[in-house]
Design a protein around this ligand. Structure first.
Ligand code: MRU
Length: 393
């Protein structure tokens, strides 16, 4: 089975192609990213999306742009100071593509620091600065896959120790290979549970308004043969109360014992911004826990999603998306119950024309509702005082 790859980067040729996530799941096509302008547009339009993926595509879009300056030769190469200024301008532009996920601004800050460090050396040149930036962007891509694999393993270790045997899982948005450089964060934990044969069933929320769950997570789950069912966002509470079906007749195995979500930004106190609907899931989980239901609400994210400069969720900027993303849907036509897969996609309007629309893309889940945060460094579990501490696995 071919591996799903949102980001295809050729380190020899310095070319970048991204899987067009606006055309999935019906059309799988890659689009080239040749410079920062292409990277910015791909991030803003959500051709690429997911906190880690947008940071990596942003960084690599700068790498390919700078490489074409290197390839063009010495006439186009500026002094160290001019090169540094040019790169800073490009980074300042790039970071404005989307505001909520901290990964993009962490990446641009790191690249800016690399530029300044190299520019301050006695041997600095335009070329040496560019080479450092390219190497750093390439390292981000490599690190992300390793980090996600570690997140998957740590999360699966922790939850399996709490709940030995099989159980079901709920997740929202898309946090898999399509939202990262590979493997995934929350979906990485689900993947690891499945590989250990301890996942009974996963329920993926469709994740309105933009349907990352039904379009992308469902696509990954089908692709990976993970036992899964799609539900609408409003079904989660009923599902947790009484799961409809699973792959076994064992009621305990059918029970949802884990809700696992990604993160776009985790504030210093643990408050977490993630796809709109996450907060509602956390509130639901809290109710069931108070009723004695065995259940954990877990955030899975690389440490690049942790923002220690933001004290709490109140300071997180929530992106508002265009109104049409709530009231219009795009896909192949259905004729006589048959999806016309090969046909051109159509956009249809599903709301009353003229109605006002509010379309925040994210919400903030207060840390009080989160049981644990899984990063590549381990699992930080909330203690009685509300602080998150790494535990031994
Ligand atoms: O608006 P999106 O699709 O970029 O939002 C993505 C999410 O909210 C994900 O759950 C989060 O970024 C984690 S991605 C591993």
């Amino acid at each position: 089975m071919s591996k799903l790859q949102a980001i295809k980067y050729d380190a020899e040729k310095k070319t970048l192609d991204i899987l067009d996530q606006l055309s999935l799941p019906h059309i799988s096509q890659y689009v080239p990213i040749k410079n920062v302008d292409d990277g910015f547009d791909a991030i803003k339009t959500m051709t690429v999306r997911g906190a880690p993926a947008i940071a990596i595509v942003g960084a690599l879009s700068l790498a390919v742009e700078l490489n074409s300056i290197l390839v063009a030769g010495s006439e186009t190469l500026n002094s160290a100071a001019d090169t540094a200024n040019y790169i800073h301008e490009r980074l300042q532009y790039l970071v404005k593509a989307r505001p909520t996920a901290v990964n993009l601004s962490q990446a641009t800050t790191l690249l800016g620091q690399i530029v300044d460090d190299e520019a301050a050396t006695a041997t600095a040149s335009g070329k040496s600065i560019i080479e450092k930036v390219i190497a750093t962007a390439e390292q981000m891509l490599a690190d992300d896959v390793a980090d996600n694999t570690a997140i998957g393993e740590h999360g699966a270790d922790w939850i399996s120790a709490l709940y030995p045997g099989k159980f079901s899982v709920v997740t929202i948005c898309n946090t898999g290979s399509l939202a990262t450089a590979g493997y995934g964060t929350a979906l990485g934990i689900i993947r690891s549970l499945h590989l250990r044969n301890t996942l009974e069933h996963v329920y993926a929320l469709e994740t309105r308004p933009y349907n990352q769950g039904s379009r992308l997570t469902a696509y990954e789950l089908v692709h990976e043969n993970i036992p899964a069912t799609l539900i609408s966002d409003s079904m989660a509470a009923s599902l947790i109360r009484a799961p409809p079906r699973g792959t076994s007749d064992n009621d305990d195995q059918k029970k949802v014992k884990l809700i696992v979500v990604g993160a776009d930004r985790v504030a210093k106190n643990g408050d977490t911004a993630n796809k709109i609907g996450t907060y509602q899931l956390a509130v639901t989980a809290q109710f069931y826990k108070s009723q004695g239901h065995e259940l954990k609400f877990v955030v899975a994210a690389p440490t690049t999603s942790i923002d220690l400069k933001t004290p709490s969720g109140d300071a997180i900027v929530i992106e508002e998306r265009p109104q049409h993303e709530l009231v219009q849907v795009k896909g192949p036509e259905v004729i006589d119950g048959q999806v016309q897969s090969g046909a051109a996609h159509r956009t249809v309007h599903i709301a009353a024309p003229g109605i006002d629309v509010w379309n925040p893309s994210f919400d903030v889940t207060p840390h009080e509702l989160i049981d644990a945060i899984v990063t590549e460094k381990g699992v930080a579990v909330k203690d009685a005082a509300g602080n998150f501490n790494l535990v031994d696995l």
